[in-house]
Design a protein around this ligand. Structure first.
Ligand code: UDP
Length: 239
């Protein structure tokens, strides 16, 4: 799907209250999934799995199954809000450090008049508090629950609890609230356009990101090469 197709399909889905799960796959997700079966299961059960970032686009081409559009949530969610606001789209923001979801909610409400924010909750609650968090979300009944708790926590949370939130679509959005609340600056557009946003994120948060990008990118490349080699061998055997 192109980004405009994805937004149209998603908006129709949300407003019809179809519920379900939306996840994103970037190279970090793939590397994490390679050693985390619970994440694989969560991704496989999603209703929409969107490609996120230049790594997966480039990798999909290397494996002979090219994806064309980068449908990352950081770009897609604001347009979804813009198009959904006149139609009464409602959101609930779950995740990030205390105070961040509230700031993100205020910025979204200001930017997109008509958008309904039904509630916020930080992402550092204990497992014992989960039933109360679920009760609050069910009572707020948003069309879309944005979950910003990072990979793989958010995907596994969605897989575990989406069935308990009927009519509410769950979407894992990683660091989105930190960007919208302006706690972490987003890469300038020219850097994003050449697929180098990861270099920017590494420069912004080196102590948290070095392992993800400096080691993770090599692991991702190794996984791709193994996949490409195995599938080309299978093709030869078929011939
Ligand atoms: N986070 C959270 N609960 C946790 C761990 C992390 O809410 O137990 C939040 C964290 O504060 C941050 C987000 O999850 O806002 C993860 O951001 P990151 O930039 O790592 O996301 P990604 O790059 O995976 O999209």
């Amino acid at each position: 799907m192109s980004s405009s197709e994805a937004i149209e399909v998603l908006l129709t889905w949300l407003l019809k209250r179809k519920g379900g799960r939306v996840c994103y796959a970037n190279s970090h997700t793939m590397v994490t999934a390679a050693k985390n079966p619970a994440l694989v299961e969560a991704l496989e059960k999603s209703d929409f799995l969107f490609p996120d970032g230049s790594g997966v686009l480039w990798g999909s081409a290397l494996c002979g199954k090219p994806l064309v559009h980068n449908l990352n949530g950081t770009d897609l969610v604001p347009v979804l809000c813009k198009n959904g606001a006149p139609k009464g789209l409602s959101l609930y923001l779950l995740g990030a450090k205390p105070g961040v979801a509230e700031e993100a909610a205020a910025n979204l409400a200001k930017a997109y008049p008509g958008l309904v924010i039904t509630g916020t909750q930080h992402g550092y609650f204990s497992p014992a508090e989960t039933p109360q968090v679920l009760d609050k979300i069910r009572a707020a009944r948003p069309h879309l629950l944005l979950i910003a708790m990072g990979v793989p926590l958010q995907e596994i949370w969605i897989n575990q609890y989406a069935n308990e939130l009927p009519g509410i679509t769950c979407m894992g959005v990683g660091g989105l609230f930190d960007f919208i609340a302006k706690r972490v600056p987003r890469a300038p557009r020219p850097i994003r356009a050449i697929g180098m946003e990861w270099v920017w994120r590494l420069a912004m948060e080196p102590s948290r990101m070095w392992q993800r990008y400096l080691i993770g990118n090599f692991v991702f490349l190794r996984l791709l090469l193994i996949y490409a080699f195995v599938s080309s061998n299978q093709d030869e055997q078929t011939i």
